[in-house]
Design a protein around this ligand. Structure first.
Ligand code: IDC
Length: 276
């Protein structure tokens, strides 16, 4: 996954996505388009970063997730109209490319934000908009409590084909209890996509939790759940794959000294060089 495109959008380019494909065996890119914190609500120009990454992914033959990164404003309904407009435009443009996936609300959150009251009604509106232009690309729907409560969504699923539900975790903060929620969702027949996880604590920092990560990855593999990892940046956070300040020009071609401990670990995971 990209980091917030408003900060590290320069990595959402063909060189980096191509390097990740060829050297890291990565099959997918996620472009995280924040709404708040200087994101899309501040300037729609950030959309060009999403478009660049989709064009690159089409050219490179990798999957790409277009992520409407709900975070600061926990209720996706608050910006329903902006979301409709965005997904209408994007699905008209790219709905005919089978490698494009729509992630319509990253992480709904807040005590008053419920599946029935907010997220599902929002998702039904956006599904309608996308399906008018694109009959079958995968749509991934965020779930309550920062996309951890996949169980709640699974009990009351959205009608329609090719709809999946978002599962997120950070290995240093979430473990067995969250996997139990996943098992419930799978039992209820929900299709899940882990569009964001980190090796660290949920802050995106706090060290790399290798043992806990392996537990999660084995679990995802056993259950055929695909994933994208947080995140491509050189900010110096533990969840960033680049070492602080490296690859300023976003060219790819990284050697070991360009990578953070998280980056080295992730590369091994993707290249299947790690003992499970
Ligand atoms: C974090 C970034 C961090 C930034 C913060 C607030 O890593 O640099 O300051 O967002 O914008 C999520 C979110 C994701 C978070 C990530 C780590 O989807 O945007 O990124 N996280 O905190 N959910 C759980 C963890």
């Amino acid at each position: 996954s990209s980091h917030g495109l408003q900060w590290y959008g320069k990595y959402a380019n063909e060189n980096v996505i191509g390097w990740l494909r060829d050297d890291w065996n990565s099959q997918i890119w996620r472009s995280a388009m924040y709404l708040t914190e200087g994101g899309y609500l501040n300037s729609k120009a950030i959309k060009t970063k999403v478009i660049d990454s989709v064009e690159a992914a089409i050219k490179l033959g990798v999957y790409v997730i277009v992520d409407w990164h709900v975070l600061g404003n926990g209720d996706p309904m608050v910006h329903l109209e902006q979301s409709k407009e965005f997904f209408d435009e994007m699905s008209k443009k790219y709905g005919s490319y089978p490698n494009v996936l729509w992630e319509i609300c990253n992480e709904p959150n807040g005590d008053k934000v419920t599946w029935e009251g907010n997220i599902k009604p929002y998702a039904e509106e956006i599904v309608k908009v996308i399906r008018a232009n694109d009959p079958d690309n995968i749509i991934i729907v965020g779930t309550p409590r920062w996309s951890q409560r996949v169980d709640l969504a699974s009990k009351n699923q959205i009608k329609g084909d090719n709809i999946m539900y978002t599962l997120h975790f950070y290995a240093g903060s979430h473990g067995k209890a969250n996997r139990k929620l996943v098992k419930t969702a799978l039992k209820n027949g929900a299709a899940l996509f882990c569009t964001e996880w980190g090796t660290t604590k949920e802050s995106g920092d706090g060290g790399v939790f290798e043992k806990e990560t392996k537990e999660w990855l084995n679990f995802l593999e056993r259950n055929n759940i695909s994933w994208t990892n947080w995140a491509v940046n050189n900010k110096g956070e533990d969840s960033g794959i680049l070492a602080f300040g490296k690859d300023k020009d976003a060219k790819g071609g990284w050697t070991d000294k360009d990578l953070s401990p998280d980056g080295k670990f992730l590369r091994k995971i993707l290249r299947n060089e790690l003992d499970k």
